[in-house]
Design a protein around this ligand. Sequence first.
Ligand code: FES
Length: 166
Amino acid sequence: MSSRIPLPYPRKVLELFKNPKNLGRMEDANASAVAGSLACGDMIAIYLKIDEGKNIVEKASFESYGCAANIAAASIMTEMIKGKRLRDAWNISWKEITEALGGLPSVKYHCGVLAVGALRRAIRAYFKDKNLPKWLPEELTHEEKHALEEEKLMELLYRKNDSGKV
Ligand code: FES
């Protein structure tokens, strides 16, 4: 018998985990980004189709190798940003995502943070060869730093493990 205690996920999380919306690579995306690391399995890719004239998110999709919370967070986030101005999509916070899911166990907050980190990277990538709008901060936000820190940590652990091999 397993001694593991299941996490208290709200129904919405379980629903979206089983039937995620906007799952899959987007072939006609004009912005995309990856956050996290495959080494630990927590990796997410975000794809955006942006209306260049209006700066509106026409479509959004994702691929996730994260946990149920990450899949649900990315799924609801892609729903929330569809039809939004880029500026408003940028301002979506992991707390809003968590609320829309009906809450997440605190050990799973980072799954939503990672989703927002990937979204913000994708928006930055979109502006790579364009003039930066005033609302886009030059400094990385908390969510982007979080993604970066996770990646660095995983790289370090991966190297350590690798160098320990005989
Ligand atoms: Fe890391 Fe959910 S994405 S535990």
